[in-house]
Design a binder for this molecule. Structure first.
Ligand code: NDP
Length: 327
């Protein structure tokens, strides 16, 4: 069969992750990368495909089956999503929870007009975690759903730590509180405050001559960022920092705790431990790219989210093969 022709719009962490993920999916083929920057300045990982100017993207309507949007959720996607839905079937990782319906409406109209599918908010949260929240609340209607994030690198808190006097290098990880997770797994259905759900952990390389206790104190008492949390501060040397704190790990848990029938306790748990957040998110985008291609080929049009996609569509296997292998 012909390969699904895929292109990438926007080439940052996620774009690089998509390039790598496509290599693991031989039924799909990367045909090009689009960027707002000078194409000559954008270096791809390994692919030999061309980098094109985003301004010329309309010209490639007939050369691409699905466009994977890898722009940022804050300012890129609200503009690029609706624009590109006029020309391509699209898939994106829009993660601004407060604006999901606004964004859905903005995609739906151009996609319908063009006869395309625009699949939004694909990734792990939103994305795989959303699906697991749905399974939880529908299968166990009487219960509570808990989402814990981490261990994860937090960009905003890492920036805040690096602005403290005496800090040469620093990162901040958010971790789920083990105590809170244990209570939820135990079926207690506790009401947890922000402080009870997550703890913060910093790894710092000090400037020469800086005092560790002073730096620690400035961090843990920082209003809004750290004061409301239990924070530990670890001091390390530069070599350790480079070796152990250069990746972008993330992950978390979705747990549904409920009761059925005669008060039987039931728990559903889904967890992710990700060595690289962007590479994993990209892998989810690529699996859903296959689904978008199938949905569009079957004549579907308009905006969709992961909640609207049948799971079998993600697979390169036929429905009968899937039944045989997985049922
Ligand atoms: P980046 O900041 O790395 O990339 C965003 C855009 O910035 C790119 O599309 C690119 O556009 C531009 N860009 C990249 N590198 C440079 C550079 N050196 N100089 C100037 N511009 C650059 O963001 P990420 O790829 O890390 O994340 C993208 C989005 O993914 C996030 O905003 C988040 O919303 C989403 N996400 C969703 C998740 C989920 O579970 N749903 C999980 C993780 C992320 P161009 O090539 O046009 O210049």
């Amino acid at each position: 069969a012909d390969k699904i022709r895929v292109a990438i719009a926007g080439y940052g962490n996620l774009g690089r992750g998509v390039e790598a993920a496509l290599v693991q999916n031989p039924d799909m083929q990367l045909v090009g990368v689009f960027s707002r920057r000078d194409p000559a300045s954008v270096a791809l990982l390994d692919s030999k495909v061309p980098v094109y100017a985003m301004a010329d993207i309309e010209q490639y309507q007939n050369d691409v089956d699905v466009m994977i949007l890898c722009g940022g959720s804050k300012t890129d996607l609200p503009e690029q999503g609706p624009y590109l839905a006029q020309f391509f079937n699209t898939v994106d990782s829009f993660d601004t929870h407060a604006k999901v319906n606004e964004y859905h409406a903005a995609l739906d109209e151009p996609a319908r007009k063009a006869g395309k599918v625009a699949l939004m908010s694909v990734g792990w949260d939103p994305g795989l975690f959303s699906l697991n929240r749905l399974f939880g609340e529908t299968i166990l209607p009487e219960g509570e759903t808990y989402t814990f994030w981490g261990k994860g690198l937090s960009q905003g808190h890492s920036d805040a730590v690096r602005r403290v006097d005496g800090v040469k290098k620093g990162v901040q990880y958010t971790l789920p509180s083990q105590d809170a997770i244990a209570r939820v797994r135990n079926g207690e259905q506790p009401e947890l405050t922000t402080r009870e759900k997550h703890v913060r952990e910093c790894f710092i390389v000090l400037e020469e001559g800086a005092d560790a206790d002073t730096v620690r104190n400035s961090i843990v008492t920082m209003p809004d960022y750290f004061e409301p949390f239990d924070t530990t501060v670890n001091f390390i040397d530069e070599a350790t920092f480079a070796a152990e704190h250069s990746a972008m790990p993330h992950g978390g848990f979705v747990i549904r705790s409920g009761e059925t029938g005669t008060q039987s306790k039931q728990t559903i748990e889904y967890s992710l431990a990700l060595g690289s957040n962007p590479e994993f998110t990209a892998s989810v985008l690529v699996a859903y790219t296959r689904a978008v291609h199938k949905m569009a080929s079957a004549g579907e049009v308009g905006a969709r989210s992961v909640l609207d996609v049948a799971p079998g569509l993600l697979s390169p296997k036929s429905p009968s093969q899937l039944r045989k292998d997985l049922l």
